[in-house]
Design a protein around this ligand. Structure first.
Ligand code: ZN
Length: 284
């Protein structure tokens, strides 16, 4: 699933291209993907204008002159923007990205400037929900601290971890009601960088470890955004180019391979229902 850096990368791309774009027509090919369903969604969107594209946690928000569309890509959602000769691609996989529309295309936005935005989703768990700004805000308010916002202070971070008496560190980091947008990849990477094991009880971290983890989360997310994320791909003129952060991953997806720092074989375990990798020597 795309996490904060991947969704933020899509947000930046779309915001740069779609600000001010007016919707000429919308085609919904699979009614269950949108809310309201199918025809009603189309009717309400025709003629609206995109003011800006925002992100909260792993959600994208297309802010319109009338209402907001909340978009969640879930496991296999993709957003592909055709802008002049350029194809800008964001999402989890690259299935069928060369052919637009394809059999996984469920919604298409046609803009008056000629741009087209495709929502593709192989497994159909993603969604586009059109709602009032107030209703959208209510949903967005349920998410926890944005790790790259000013609100994410060391004091608040420490306070949240201390309160989670029974929680394992990784589960706490991935709890979207506490911290917004951190998933499997960045939880593992942050723990490695901070040299703490993801299975530790959250309140057991001392002051030095808390500070190291707080800094690690921010730096891992920032570095990933700089490299356009991990599970993110950009296509320009159909030349495939993967999100570059993959080569910076220290532990994620590397169970059984040697630690890039000390050479010890990385251990794989399951935490919060997700595969988790750590170095038994570097992390305590
Ligand atoms: Zn190591």
């Amino acid at each position: 699933m795309p996490e904060l850096p991947e969704v933020e990368t899509i947000r930046r791309d779309l915001d740069a291209k779609l600000r001010g774009a007016r919707v000429r027509q919308v085609e919904v090919r699979l009614a269950k993907i949108t809310s309201p369903k199918g025809r009603e969604f189309v009717k309400k969107l025709r003629g609206t204008r995109i003011r800006e594209v925002k992100r909260r946690a792993k959600l994208l928000a297309l802010v319109l002159n009338k209402g907001i569309i909340l978009i969640h890509l879930k496991m296999t959602g993709q957003l592909v923007l055709r802008h002049h000769q350029q194809i800008i691609f964001g999402g989890h996989t690259i299935v069928g990205a060369h052919e637009l529309p394809n059999k996984y295309t469920h919604v298409i936005f046609y803009f008056t400037n000629g741009d087209e935005l495709y929502f593709n989703d192989l497994r159909q768990f993603g969604y586009l929900k059109l709602m009032t700004s107030a209703a959208a805000q209510k949903i967005l308010d349920e998410y926890g601290l944005e790790p790259l916002s000013r609100d994410f202070t060391l004091e608040k971070f420490a306070e949240i971890l201390k309160k989670r008496r029974s929680g394992k560190l990784k589960s706490v980091l991935m709890d979207q009601s506490l911290f917004a947008g951190i998933g499997n990849i960045y939880a593992d990477e942050s723990c490695f960088l901070a040299r703490v094991r993801p299975a530790r009880r959250a309140p057991s971290l001392n002051r030095k470890e808390l500070r190291a983890l707080w800094l690690a989360i921010k730096s891992v997310l920032k570095l990933s955004i700089k490299h356009r994320g991990t599970s993110f791909n950009t296509y320009v003129d159909s030349q495939g180019q993967a999100g570059n952060f993959v080569k910076y991953l220290k532990v994620y997806g590397r169970g059984g391979e040697p630690c890039k720092v000390c050479g010890t074989i990385l251990k794989r375990t399951v935490l919060a229902g997700r595969g988790t990798v750590y170095c038994p020597k570097c992390q305590h």
